[in-house]
Structure formats: structure tokens, C-alpha cells
Write a protein that binds this ligand. Structure first.
Ligand code: AHM
Ligand code: MG
Length: 338
């Protein structure tokens, strides 16, 4: 590790990035720093989840119909509490909250909007499999006062920043403010995220596909043909692809970002829009992958161009290496079948 990396904390990196914009007020770095504190508190609970009574299901379902785990609730609340009073945000929206999350009257309203999935891959918690958090930050489009739904329903290309955290064998915070994608690994002994992956770039093509193939029988012909194609052989040795599916979007995405490949959650006969949520899962990761040189699509459209109609809207999702995603689109759109 270089000397620069040894001492480049996430906070310092954010501050240095902001200094390159003389017009910046410090609001944005304040917001990201608050977020980093929330993430460390979530990490602390995730890492001791097996030891305390935080594991196990509550008796509630969230707005998407999923069983809500206690850790989901903890993470949702922690992010909210860390972000509600800083004066940076005007409104929030989360996978685990039914409607918009307002900033309490007693606190000032800021110019940014936060959308988040507090714990992604939560069905994996009990099995000690990697999970994550996903964040998107927009500039508000309303003038002042409390933020509204319109502030949350912006297309992904308007994201001011995006980030995800993977709570894995180590905890990594990856963020993008439009100037590259950078990863920081938590050093628990000093309690800081340290720069570990500067300027991440996804390979143009990978050799891995990630999809829940148990749904094969419900897929459309194009999707089946594409996966059959990936499993086939060719003279160049480029295929067959390896299949890797953790079932934790952040973890599957992170691996493919590092090594190349494609993650897919397509629509199927029972869920035409797939499972994943556009606003706080797909758009922030699409923002990151594009800035790392990759691509994200719903099979037809660029994810970042889709204007959401509802906070909890789902979308088919294809994300990863540019050439792989383009190839998937050809099959999904019926332009090729082998
Ligand atoms: P969650 O946000 O409720 O945890 O659901 C999202 C997760 C993703 O992390 C993962 O890619 C997907 O659901 C797995 O779904 P499936 O079990 O249908 O393969
Ligand atoms: Mg989730």
C-alpha cells in the first residue's frame, strides 16, 4: 500500500474532491461524512449480528412485501437519525419506509435528497453471507421547504453522487461523485475507511454471469437464449461463462465491477418488472458502473434515462461490463438468438 493510500481516509478524499469545486459550500462533504458515520454504526451491528438478539425476522412486511429483518430496521433508523438534522437534506426515501421520509420541522432543510436501501440482500443475514447498503444523492428540484415526491423521482442521470457499502470479509465503501469510482476499506483498528481501490474500472468484457437461474422456466425466450449462449462453448475459449450468484446484489455487483461480467434480474412471467427497485437499488449502481466504464440497462433502455413514476418502482436490470450488457440487450430485444 502506498503512503498516500495509507493516510487517505474517506473523509479526506471527500474534502479534497470538494476543494476542486471552489463554489462548493461544504454541504456535500458534510452529507457524505454523516453517511460514513451511519455506515460504521451499521457495520458494527452487522459484524456482531450473530452474537446479539438482532437476528431474526420481525412480524412486519415492508412496502415491497418482503419480510423485514431486525437489522433492516436498525439500519433504516440509523441512516435516518444520522441524516435528518445535518441541514443537508430536504427529504429521504428508503426501501424500508412506506412513503417519503420527511426532515423533522425543527431541523433546517437542505438542497439534497437521499434515497437508500439500508440493507440489501437481507434474506442472507442469517447465513452470514455478504450484504450491503446502497445510496443515491440528488440535488433537489423544488425551490425550498420540505422536499417532495418530485425531488425523489428524478432519473438516474441526475444523480449528484452514488455509493454502496459491502459488509463482507472486509467492509468496503465505494462512491462516485462524477469524478471516478473510488473504494475505501474499513480498517476497524483505526475506525476509518482508507483508500484501497482508486479509480475503479470495470473490464469491457467479463467471463461471469450472475442471475437466479431458478427462474429459468418463467423467463422470456430472449433471456433463456442469452443464458444458453453464455453456457455454450466457442472456438476462442471465451465461453462458457462461469456462473456466480450470491443473491446479494451489492456483493454480486462488487465482484463483477472488479473482475468483469454481468448481473441480471430480468422480468419474468410472474414479475414482469423483475424484483429490483429502480430508485434506490438500480439507479445508484448504474451511476457507479457507467462512471467505471460499464453499462446498465433494463434490456431496452439505459437505466439512468428512466424517469421513475413511484419510489418503490421495480425494473428489469442488466448491469456490468459494457460488451456483456450490450450482448444481453441483443438477445432480450430479439435481435439475435445464438
Ligand atoms: P432486498 O433488498 O429485499 O434484500 O432484495 C434484493 C435482493 C438483492 O440483493 C438480490 O440481488 C436479489 O434480491 C436476490 O433475489 P432472489 O432471491 O430472487 O434471487
Ligand atoms: Mg433491501
Amino acid at each position: 500500500m502506498s503512503e498516500k493510500h495509507r493516510f487517505m481516509t474517506l473523509g479526506r478524499h471527500i474534502d479534497e474532491g470538494e476543494r476542486e469545486h471552489p463554489e462548493a459550500t461544504g454541504d456535500f462533504s458534510g452529507l457524505l461524512s454523516d453517511l460514513a458515520i451511519a455506515v460504521k454504526m451499521i457495520w458494527r451491528e452487522v459484524s456482531k449480528a450473530g452474537l446479539i438478539e438482532i437476528l431474526g425476522a420481525t412480524d412486519r412486511q415492508n412496502d415491497c412485501g418482503d419480510e423485514v429483518k431486525k437489522l433492516d430496521e436498525f439500519a433504516n433508523e440509523t441512516i435516518y437519525r444520522a441524516m435528518d438534522h445535518g441541514g443537508h437534506l430536504c427529504v429521504m426515501a428508503s426501501e424500508e419506509s412506506h412513503g417519503l421520509i420527511s426532515i423533522p420541522d425543527k431541523y433546517p432543510k437542505g438542497k439534497y435528497v437521499l434515497v437508500y436501501d439500508p440493507i440489501d440482500g437481507s434474506s442472507n443475514i442469517d447465513a452470514n453471507v455478504s450484504i450491503g447498503s446502497i445510496f443515491g444523492i440528488y440535488r433537489r428540484i423544488t425551490e425550498s421547504g420540505p422536499g417532495t415526491e418530485a425531488d425523489c423521482l428524478q432519473p438516474g442521470y441526475k444523480l449528484a453522487a452514488s455509493a454502496y457499502v459491502i459488509y463482507g470479509s472486509s467492509t468496503i465503501f465505494v462512491y462516485c461523485t462524477g469524478d471516478g469510482v473510488h473504494g475505501f476499506t474499513l480498517d476497524p483498528s483505526v475506525g476509518e475507511f482508507l483508500l484501497s481501490h482508486e479509480n475503479m474500472r470495470i473490464p469491457d468484457r467479463g467471463k461471469t454471469y450472475s442471475v437466479n437461474e431458478g427462474n429459468y422456466g418463467k423467463w422470456a425466450d430472449g433471456m433463456r437464449s442469452y443464458v444458453n449462449y453464455l453456457k455454450g462453448t466457442d472456438g476462442s475459449g471465451r465461453r462458457p461463462y462461469s456462473s456466480r450468484y450470491i443473491g446479494s446484489l451489492v456483493a454480486d455487483f462488487h465482484r463483477n465491477l472488479l473482475h468483469g461480467g454481468i448481473f441480471m434480474y430480468p422480468g419474468d412471467s410472474t414479475n414482469p418488472d423483475g424484483k429490483l427497485r429502480l430508485v434506490y437499488e438500480c439507479a445508484p449502481l448504474a451511476h457507479i458502473v457507467e462512471h467505471a466504464g460499464g453499462k446498465a440497462s433494463d434490456g431496452i433502455r439505459r437505466i439512468l434515462d428512466i424517469v421513475p413514476k413511484a419510489v418503490h418502482q421495480r425494473t428489469p436490470f442488466f448491469i456490468g461490463s459494457g460488451e456483456d450488457v450490450s450482448e444481453a440487450e441483443e438477445f432480450i430485444q430479439g435481435r439475435r438468438n445464438h
